[in-house]
Design a protein around this ligand. Structure first.
Ligand SMILES: [Zn+2]
Ligand SMILES: [Zn+2]
Length: 155
């Protein structure tokens, strides 16, 4: 089942110094698929998703692979308040918004973010290895259902 996409992934991983075993490729591919859907899975979610194709894969392998990918800059480990670690297959700097009502996490690409990181690095003297920038609020769906609730109460 070697597709062109697999070969591309294989090269990318190998160039990053990552031995691309079929299990590792499956974890990475799954993480990328989820990132494309705007999802930020935890180890458990990925484990269950990868197991559909690799029934023998262990949670430990999934976790180790994710940490390797994060270490190579191919994925990001993100922590939301009150939540176990999650992983993001989108390694480009972006901002996360989390809805306080439904828990939805939304990605926003802000072109100014790399500039902000530069400013932070320059002012602090830090060599930045990561960042977690999470905004909280009400997602558009929850905002409109709150408005509807208010409207019903008012009438
Ligand atoms: Zn919401
Ligand atoms: Zn994200």
């Amino acid at each position: 089942m070697t597709s062109r996409r697999d070969i591309k992934l294989y090269k990318r991983l190998r160039d990053a110094g990552f031995r691309p075993t079929p299990q590792r490729l499956a974890v990475y591919e799954c993480l990328l698929d989820m990132a494309r859907q705007g999802r930020h899975p935890d180890v458990e979610e990925l484990y269950h998703a990868v197991r559909r194709n690799f029934p023998t894969i262990s949670r430990a392998t999934v976790r180790r692979t994710l940490d390797l990918l994060a270490g190579l800059g191919l994925a990001r480990r993100i922590t939301f308040p009150g939540d176990a670690g999650r992983y993001d297959g989108d390694a480009h700097p972006h901002v996360h918004l989390r809805c306080v009502d439904c828990g939805t996490v939304t990605d926003i690409h802000v072109p100014e973010l790399p500039d902000l990181l530069e400013v932070v690095a320059a002012r602090s003297g830090f060599l930045l290895t990561g960042h977690t920038l999470v905004f909280t609020g009400l997602c558009p769906g929850c905002r409109s259902s709150r408005r509807e609730a208010h409207a019903t109460q008012a009438s």
